[in-house]
Design a protein around this ligand. Structure first.
Ligand code: ME8
Length: 512
């Protein structure tokens, strides 16, 4: 049986509403999921919420609610955002789900039996916002090396997960698996760290005297599980109960795990070692993207400089936001978010590019052929445009296999641009005045319709609402599985005699 293509996003802290940064990760993951579904693969796309730990407990306290009531009230905002943005996840995990808690406890019991976990007294510097312990050496100017805030000296008895004795194995594994951490600059950072620093065992509990909001450690009334240990396990926990009749090995190992560059250490160091200790295989790829910034600063809940994706989607349309986020930066790099930039792209690429191409094609079918697609034999179609449009699937495939949605969109927009030029070059309005039979006009118009059709098929991956609108207006039934490098994409054609509906502008001009 074909293994399910399993993709995951981080599970987000429920300490505020999601912003453009969270939307970005889930739109990326959705794009990959749609792409694999289009290739006909069974797909499981997991997202969810990380509901335990200090951050959430503090936010609940500030809101005057119990943590459970607080997360219960916020989780629907995440689900609603994913619905609005067309994020087609297959399963949404919440770490307060009893089944997840049970799974975490069973893993801990197993790891204790395997002597991967031990109990010890610990003294160290603790950063409360990051929930991390640091050694004297790791501190930077006496401050937390991650967030640069103050740290407290703490001594307490805790459970520890052995990281140190797996360091050589992890280094070797990453060296031998080029695709394990992508892009390469992130892989190199992790390799550099593993070559030059010594891992310390990970403190995986918090005394209940300091934090009560977490999964109770098995057989201990005194400790809760460290939020990161609990959270990372969502990726293997969900498959246990996500889909009835399926088992963990139908999904795990994940094919791709998406994450932002802020959480590389947890995913590229703790997580593989946890999996190794549990006796599970490694995910194929950890795909690390950059940050959306406002000016020079990361957009972040705790800094409060966030942009609400629901508002942007309501103003410009969901697909304008999806297009902007996917197209503005190469996956892995940081991007600067600004509404002005989004408006520029909207006008140039969407309204004047794709919107204009659809509008003029449909208008001409309406005007010259009463809205009915004329019949033209394939050899009569204009190869100068049919060539690029028929080659689009293979080019998109090449980019998507390299996790490069921006590169894929660039190929699509080249065809759109080429098609708009083709209209200028062929001047159908002049051909229409020719008293001779309309064969040339017919072949120009059908070539355009065929091109816009192929563009729409590909855009199902990136901009599903717009793609669906175009396909509906072209009266096309849903497109089945696509097979790259097979010539199949050249053979799908519009049916002559089909009625075409122009419809409202796809991307109304902003000044309207
Ligand atoms: O770290 N730009 O949750 P979190 C791009 N619960 N992406 C951004 C972003 C930005 N400015 N801000 C956030 C946690 N993200 C843990 C994860 S996983 C087992 C546990 C995205 O709510 C990006 O994917 O802080 C980042 O890694 C994630 O949100 C952090 O979300």
């Amino acid at each position: 049986m074909t293994k399910t293509y399993y993709l995951t996003t981080p599970i987000y802290y429920v300490n505020g509403k999601p912003h453009i940064g969270h939307a970005y990760t889930n739109i990326l993951c959705d794009t990959l999921a749609r792409y694999h579904r289009m290739l006909g693969e069974p797909v499981c796309f997991l997202t969810g919420t990380d509901e335990h730990g200090t951050k959430v407990a503090k936010a609940a306290l500030a809101a005057g609610k119990t943590p459970q009531a607080y997360v219960d009230a916020l989780v629907p905002h995440f689900k609603e955002l994913w619905r609005v943005l067309g994020v087609t996840y297959d399963f949404f995990i919440r770490t307060t789900d009893e089944r997840h808690k049970q799974y975490v406890r069973s893993v801990l019991t197993d790891l204790e039996a395997k002597k991967e976990i031990y109990k010890a007294s610990y003294q160290g510097w603790y950063c409360t916002p990051c929930e991390s312990f640091w050694t004297e050496l790791q501190l930077k100017d006496g401050k937390c090396p991650d967030c640069h805030r103050g740290v407290d000296q703490i001594e307490e008895e805790n459970y520890f997960f052995k990281l140190a004795h797996h360091q050589a194995w992890l280094l070797d594994y990453i060296e031998k698996h080029e695709d394990f951490i992508r892009p390469a600059h992130r892989r190199n950072e992790v390799l550099g760290f593993l070559r030059h620093e010594t891992l310390e065992d990970l403190c995986i509990t918090r005394p209940q005297s300091r934090l009560r909001w977490g999964i109770e450690y098995p057989n201990s009334k005194d400790h809760v599980v460290y939020v990161w240990f609990d959270a990372l396990l969502n990726y293997t926990s969900a498959p246990h109960f996500a889909i009835e009749g399926k088992k963990e090995t139908d999904f795990w190992p994940a094919d791709v795990q998406l994450l932002g560059k802020d959480i590389v250490r947890q995913h590229a160091i703790y997580w593989p070692i946890m999996l190794k200790a549990m006796g599970l295989p490694m995910p194929r790829t950890l795909l690390v993207h950059g940050w959306w910034k406002i000016g020079e600063t990361k957009m972040s809940k705790s800094l409060g400089n966030v942009v609400n994706p629901t508002e942007i989607a309501a103003k410009y349309g969901v697909d304008a936001l999806r297009y902007f986020l996917l197209n503005e930066v190469t996956l892995g790099m940081d991007g600067t978010y600004s509404e002005d930039l989004l408006m520029e792209r909207y006008s140039s690429d969407l309204a004047n590019g794709l919107g204009n191409l659809w509008h003029r094609t449909a208008s001409m079918i309406e005007k010259y052929f009463d809205g009915i697609l004329p019949q033209v034999e394939f050899p009569q179609l204009k190869q100068s445009l049919m060539g690029p449009s028929m080659g689009l699937l293979d080019l998109v495939w090449g980019n998507m296999e390299q996790y490069d949605p921006r590169g894929a969109l660039a190929e699509v927009w080249q065809v759109i641009q080429r098609a708009n030029q083709f209209v200028e070059e062929n001047k159908p309005w002049v051909l229409a005045k020719d008293p001779a039979p309309k064969t040339d006009l017919e072949s120009v118009i059908v070539t355009l319709a065929e091109t816009v059709f192929r563009v729409a098929v590909i855009l199902m991956i990136f901009m599903p609402d717009t793609a669906k609108k175009i396909l509906q207006r072209l009266n096309q039934p849903t497109i089945g599985k696509l097979i790259p490098n097979s010539g199949q994409f050249s053979e799908i054609h519009l049916v002559p005699g089909t009625r075409i509906e122009k419809g409202e502008p796809l991307f109304p001009r902003l000044d309207d």
